[in-house]
Structures are given as C-alpha cells and as structure tokens.
Design a protein around this ligand. Structure first.
Ligand SMILES: [Zn+2]
Ligand SMILES: [Zn+2]
Length: 316
C-alpha cells in the first residue's frame, strides 16, 4: 500500500499493508488532515519514524466483529495496553505502555490502510461528510478543555493562536457563553475568525485587561509568555501547543500570582461527533485545500506555509 513515511525526511512510498490483529479493524482511509503536530514531528518532535497521520476518516473493510465492516469511522489515537491501572479507569490515553497513531510507535493514517483496535472506533453519522469528519480528533482535543476546567458564562477567557486548533477551541468555548477573545497574528485568519463571529485582537495590541482562563494554542513556545501577561492572579493557563523544543520558564510570577497551569491533550470523541452532527461548530471555513494522496509532499509543503489552515489528503 502507499504510505507517507517519515525517516529523516518524508516520502510517499510503498510499504507492506497493515494486517489487523484480533480485536482490531482494517480501515481503508478516505481522508486525513495534516495537523501542526505532524509538522512538528517532521522537525523531530517525539522522535517518531513511520507512517504519519492521526486525524482521519475511513471505512472498515475487515474486522473480527461483523458489525463493523462497511461502516465509516473515525478513530481514537491512543492505543492502551488494556491491563494497567490507567486503562482500567478508562484513561488509556495515559497508559504508560500506550502507542499513539502516527505519533508514538504506531503507523498512522497517511496511508491507504490503517489498523486500529475496535474499541477505538467511532461510527460517523451519514450527515457528517468526510471533509468534516477529519476534524473529529482535533475537535475532541478542543473539548478536552471543558473536561478539565470549569469555564462559566461570566468568565473572561482568551485564546492565543488563530491557527486550526485555536479556531476550533474558540468555537467550542463560545458554547459556554463566556466573554471570549481570540488573539492572533495572521490577518487572513483573523478576518476569517471575524466571519465566524469571533472577537479578535492582534498579538501586538495585547489588552490591559486580565483573564480568568487563557488557552495557549499558538503552537510555539513564545505563546506562554503572552499567556502569563494575560492571566489574572489565581487564574489558569491551559497549554494546548505541542512543539519540538523547550520552553524557558520564569517560574516566580506563577508562584506569586498563584497561577494554575493545565496541560491538555486528547479529548472525548463521542462528544466531538455530537458537536459536528448538531453543527454547533463550523469547520468548513477551516479547510484550506484538499490534495490527492499522490500529491502528499506538495500538501505538506503547503501546510508548512505560515498562516495555512487545514490541509486534507484524499486517499480514496
Ligand atoms: Zn493533531
Ligand atoms: Zn494500559
């Protein structure tokens, strides 16, 4: 099968087709989205080699459970061992032995076929097109914030980052009714955010006001300093960016202002599917371009251009 394989560079190449183990499904990938995490992995984040890709929609072609074949699915990306304390508590995304699709010791979805445990699959309702279903994984990651912190309607919340994830997070947090501001730097994306009904401000004009919650989704280490400028004493910063490299941390202001720092990663798929199905967020304007899989290298080059939104690969 064809796959986009990462060694010290990425290459569209022929590899042996994945074979599903017991309790796994073979999924024919239909579309997959390129995420900022993929771009960081190519730069060395996670030290991953193999097939990239963790945001996908596909159709089950083979599974030991006969109720799955033929179904269109998205898949949760963390594969837990199933036996440890974390897996037992339903926290397989924190299983110490986990593999992660296209990120950690597990070939991903930038391929014609991918295998996943059946328990990771979520059927996609017919009303959700493939171009929207590829957003289930990052939308779940945005929803994770609401599982971790209690954002109330009278809270003031800032989101730093007008990228793909920032614009999803913004739309999710808006559902709480809170007083919300998006801080970005790309005029095209800020204009787009404006059309989504988003209150925006450019990074160079940071407001004097302070926020109860600041979500850092800029995708870069510099976003943390911005978050510290914006958060009120006893407020919380939610870190969503995954990047290659380290953050230089000046800890004293965190201590003095008693700021809570919350790391935030993968989230609830079933909820993300409901949010899409009920059209509570609009992902359509976040799609920049769809490339045929044969043009995967060009698609990656496009995705790496600053200011680009979602680039989707179409396999089938
Ligand atoms: Zn991602
Ligand atoms: Zn486990």
């Amino acid at each position: 099968m064809k796959a986009l394989y990462l060694t010290d560079h990425i290459e569209l190449t022929e590899i042996k087709q994945a074979v599903p183990a017991e309790n796994e499904a073979l999924v024919q990938v239909r579309m997959a989205g390129i995420c900022n995490t993929d771009l960081e992995i190519v730069k060395g984040y996670m030290g991953f080699t193999g097939v990239l890709g963790h945001e996908f929609v596909g159709r089950v072609v083979e599974a030991s459970d006969s109720s799955w074949p033929g179904k269109r699915v998205c898949g949760e990306i963390n594969f837990g061992c199933g036996n440890c304390e974390y897996c037992g508590r339903g926290l397989s995304r924190h299983c110490p032995q986990r593999t992660v699709l296209g990120i950690l010791n597990q070939n991903g979805a930038f391929a014609e076929y991918v295998t996943l445990p059946l328990k990771n699959l979520h059927a996609v309702p017919d009303a959700i097109p493939d171009t929207h279903a590829v957003f289930v994984e990052p939308l779940a990651a945005a929803l994770e914030i609401l599982e971790q912190v209690k954002i109330q309607p009278d809270h003031k919340v800032a989101v730093i980052g007008d990228g793909k994830l920032g614009l999803l997070i913004f739309q999710v947090l808006r559902l709480t009714g809170c007083d919300l501001l998006l801080i970005g730097k790309h005029s095209r994306k800020m204009a787009l955010a404006g059309t989504l009904g988003v209150k925006t401000i450019p990074l160079q004009n940071l407001p004097e006001e302070k926020f109860d919650f600041v979500v850092e989704a800029s995708g870069a280490a510099a976003g943390f300093e911005t978050a510290m400028k914006l958060v009120r004493p006893r407020g919380a910063i939610i870190l969503k960016s995954t990047y290659h490299g380290n953050l230089e941390l000046h800890a004293a202001p965190i201590v003095i202002d008693e700021v809570t720092i919350v790391g935030s990663r993968c989230g609830p798929f079933a909820a993300a599917m409901r949010v899409l199905h009920q059209k509570l967020v609009n992902v359509e304007p976040l799609i920049d371009q769809i490339y045929p899989f044969d043009k995967a290298r060009e698609a990656f080059e496009h995705a790496q251009q600053p200011g680009t939104l979602k680039i989707i690969l179409q396999m089938n």
